[in-house]
Design a protein around this ligand. Sequence first.
Ligand SMILES: Nc1ncnc2c1ncn2[C@@H]1O[C@H](COP(=O)(O)OP(=O)(O)OP(=O)(O)O)[C@@H](O)[C@H]1O
Ligand SMILES: [Mg+2]
Length: 520
Amino acid sequence: MYTPENGKIWLATGGERVYLEPSMANRHGLIAGATGTGKTVTLKVVAESFSEMGVPVFIADIKGDVSGMCLPGCENKHIRRSIDTMGIEDFNYTSFPVRFFDVYARLGHPVRTTISDMGPELLSRLLGLNETQSGVLRIVFRIADDQGLLLLDLKDLRLMLQYVADNSAEYKIRYGNVSAQSVGAIQRALLTLEDEGGDVFFGEPMLEIADWFDWDDDGRGVMNILECAELFQHPLLYGTFLLWMLSELYELLPEAGDLDKPKIAFFFDEAHLLFKDAPKALLEKVEQVVRLIRSKGVSVWFITQNPMDIPESVLAQIGNRVQHALRAYTPNEQKAIRAAARSFRVNEAFDTETVLQELSTGEALVSVLDEKGVPGIVQRANILPPKSSMNAVEPAVIGTVVANSPLFEKYAVSVDRESAYEILSAAAEEAAAQAEEEARAKEEEKRRIAEEKERAAEEKRKAAEQRAKEREKAQKKAASKKKTSTVGRAASATMNSIGREVGRQVGKQLVRGLFGTLKR
Ligand SMILES: Nc1ncnc2c1ncn2[C@@H]1O[C@H](COP(=O)(O)OP(=O)(O)OP(=O)(O)O)[C@@H](O)[C@H]1O
Ligand SMILES: [Mg+2]
């Protein structure tokens, strides 16, 4: 709960009150614990406080239970007991300003991005490409970027791949080798992605992350909730997509230095999916983004069952920790408990490992950074109750929120503006049509000449019939030779024309940022 008197977030109460220091929120947070121990409720309590202090929030909602934040909570005996025992004065059940987003456009504003924007790094991950294939994809993006050619959706990328493959000799010296084999493998991976429904979020209008930054009339930050129930069924899609959002956020925001509160808080549920089976190079990039995004005023919160699922290099950057109960049935679980316990500053009053297994629902071991960035001694504490509803809301309620949102018009209809596909295929079509027209005109001319000759020969027909026939044969033979060379010229005209069309797009070279996503 945001406490205006000291400008801090009252998060939990144990022996004493535990406050989260907003100026240290950009040192990120971790909410961990076994299933059903209270992670999502903790997430809500932290998110509500950020909103109350005017910080917009983004939350990935995997089970649908975050959606309840658009409705006020209702009295129950557990919450009443918490309110009483913690001495929470003027606790009020209230709803929060919520915007819903949904990649599948069912329970929220559609979320779309373009191939150009996602960039080769994240797309390689999504397609499961190997090193060589990723290298080829990078080249294809470079060529498109250098020529200012937009790749909006999968059909653009497919055609661009084909175009580069067809003209690989031309690009080899400047960009490197693009083998037909790799292009084939990428094309196949694209088909698989499409079969899995991975093409839904490529297109326009693209989600503008800037739209997340909004406030209600009371100055409370908007809660941007991404419905992830279906997206989560495809873990790679989920992980990559959220990573894209994080990197967009990184590219959007300027350096901010030290702030008294974050500019936005980003809650990443089931965060382990971000790292699962990720290649080393990608892990390094994630680590880099998490580190650098700090100075842009972004507070990233990782929510996961087992903190060990998050790489050490990322964990090391997390300053604020809420650790709910962990189970210790298997040796692996025991190891996780030891690791979690070791990540805290010891409290002489209790044994961290033992307490970790005893914690009840809604209770946690909490350690936050103080104003100077020093980690506090671990506290055993009860997390405050949320003010909004803890339950999932009906789809009809979400529908109403979406229909009344100021973003409704902007994202409702998908558009297909001119991009690589249209340009390349229009150029190819134009060139083909031109070639066809030329061939037709030549054919016509031949016929005319043949007819004239036949007319001239008419008078001497009887005498010269045999000779005239032979001559016509010879002319047809000559004509077919001519036609072959015409087709050859038409093909090279097609390529030149595509080159010219692509060239016409130049004017703005596209530049990529840290994560390979487009810079604006
Ligand atoms: N701080 C709290 N105050 C009151 N009740 C709580 C609190 N935390 C948890 N609860 C109760 O415990 C239930 C389970 O909590 P929650 O959904 O947050 O668990 P979870 O760790 O997110 O579980 P899962 O891993 O299944 O997502 C809640 O529905 C709520 O009834
Ligand atoms: Mg949960």
